[in-house]
Design a protein around this ligand. Sequence first.
Ligand code: ADP
Ligand code: AMP
Length: 212
Amino acid sequence: MRLVLVGPPGAGKGTQAEIVAGELGVPKISTGDIFRANVSGGTQLGLEAKRYMDAGDLVPDEVTNKMVAERLAAEDAAGGFLLDGYPRNTEQAEVLDRMLEAQGRALDLALELTVDDDEVVRRLSGRRVSKSTGKVYHLEFDPPPDPDSDDLYQRSDDQPETIKNRLKVYAEQTAPIVGYYAERGKLVRIDAVGGVDAVTERAMSAIRADAE
Ligand code: ADP
Ligand code: AMP
C-alpha cells in the first residue's frame, strides 16, 4: 500500500504512522524525522533545513522533494510506504503524484487525522522524545517511564510561539491538499480524538475497506 498521512502538527501522525506501517509491513517515511536526523548529524541538508524548522515554516520544496524522491527510490519502498508529514502543500502533492506516475505507480489513500487546535496545543506542549530510542511520549497521555530522565527532550519547535506559526502554516499551505485528495477520490477522514488504539483501529478499518 502507498499511503500518506495528513493532519495538523500534533494530530498523532508520527504515533499512528509507526503502528500502521508496522501492521502493513511497509516503511514509515517521516520527512520531519529525516530533517531532524540531518540537523543532528550536521549535514548540508540539515544546515539548510534548520532555520525553517526553528521558525515552524516549511523547508523549501526543491530541498524537500529531492530528499523524498531519493528516499522513495530505496529498495524498501518498492512494495509500498507510509508517508508522514509529506506532502505539505499542493506543489508537493503534485510532485509526489508525478514521481509515482513515472514509476507506473499511484497513491492508494490519503488519511486525514482531524483534531481541533486546543487539542493540538495540549498534545504538542506535553510531547517529549527519548534521545536513545526516538520514542515519542506525552507527559499526560502517554507518560514516559521517568518524566525527569535526562534521556527525554522537548522538541525546540514545540514552544508556544512556534506552535502558533506551525498551525498557521498548516491552515494556509497544507490544508488545501485535503481538497486535492478529495477531488481525486483518495481522501479518508479519521477522527483522531480518543486513545491511540481507537485511532489506529479507525485508520486500519479505512485502509482495509479501501483494499476490498
Ligand atoms: P504529529 O506527528 O502529528 O506531530 P505525534 O504523533 O508526535 O504527532 O503526537 C503528538 C503528541 O500527542 C505526542 O506527545 C503523542 O504522544 C501524543 N498523542 C498521539 N496520539 C494521541 C492520542 N490519540 N491521544 C492523546 N495524545 C496523543
Ligand atoms: P514534523 O516532524 O512533521 O512536525 O516536521 C517538523 C518540521 O520539519 C516542519 O515544521 C518543517 O519545518 C519541516 N518539514 C517536515 N516535513 C516537511 C515537508 N513535507 N515540507 C516542508 N517542510 C517540512
